[in-house]
Design a protein. Structure first.
Length: 208
């Protein structure tokens, strides 16, 4: 395994957890993303135990490049951050596991062994983040036509206006609205527009 963290004291502490245990071999260390890529390529570790917020490259980008560079590598994130802005990109890019730095030593050792086997290991708070996302509608899969309808609605167009503008029937407009309401998890036009601005489907001044 290799240890990737921008704080030398943290790297020393992590190395100490695994040193002396024949089940583990620390074959390298890195202080940032680019260095991690170089060390991983040189040492071909089974597991990369890495922090998420480091200089020079985002954690998600490091994970993506490691997996592209070394297919089959297992990446175990060890960080202090468990908000969805950190968790979701890391998991989406292929992290095998995601733990917080308050994880007990014995649990961390077991997690590294599990990651080496390709098993997913998650802190309880991270599991909660992923569970919340699984309950949310997929919010970025609106069709081109649904986005057109939403953009016109945001500018105050009625169903009749939208139908005339897009050369479709009012019934078709209503169908598009029902579909996008479901995808955005809302019940009316105003809420759909508000949700679209919130998640970036619509931007002020452009309305689609």
């Amino acid at each position: 395994m290799i240890i990737v963290d921008d704080h030398p004291v943290v790297r020393d502490g992590l190395r100490g957890i695994f040193t002396g245990d024949d089940a583990f071999e620390v074959v390298g260390e890195a202080a940032d993303g680019p260095e991690a890529l170089v060390v991983a390529l040189r040492t071909a570790p089974d597991v990369v135990l890495m922090d998420l917020r480091m200089p020079k490259m985002s954690g998600a980008e490091v994970i993506r490049r490691l997996r592209e560079q070394t297919p089959g590598i297992h990446i175990l994130v060890l960080t202090t951050f468990d908000d969805d802005a950190d968790v979701l990109p890391a998991i989406d890019q292929g992290a095998t596991g995601y733990l917080l730095k308050d994880t007990p030593r014995a649990d961390l050792r077991r997690a590294v062994q599990a990651a080496a086997r390709g098993e997913t290991v998650l802190s309880p708070s991270v599991t909660g983040v992923l569970a919340q996302r699984s309950r949310e509608p997929e919010r970025r899969t609106l069709s081109r036509r649904e986005l057109e309808v939403l953009g016109l609605i945001a500018r105050g167009a009625t169903n009749r206006d939208v139908a005339a503008r897009l050369f479709i029937t009012e019934a078709t407009v209503k169908t598009h609205l029902l579909h996008l309401f479901g995808k955005l998890g809302v019940k009316d036009r105003a809420a759909a527009v508000a949700a679209a601005y919130e998640i970036g489907l619509l931007k002020p001044g452009t309305d689609g």
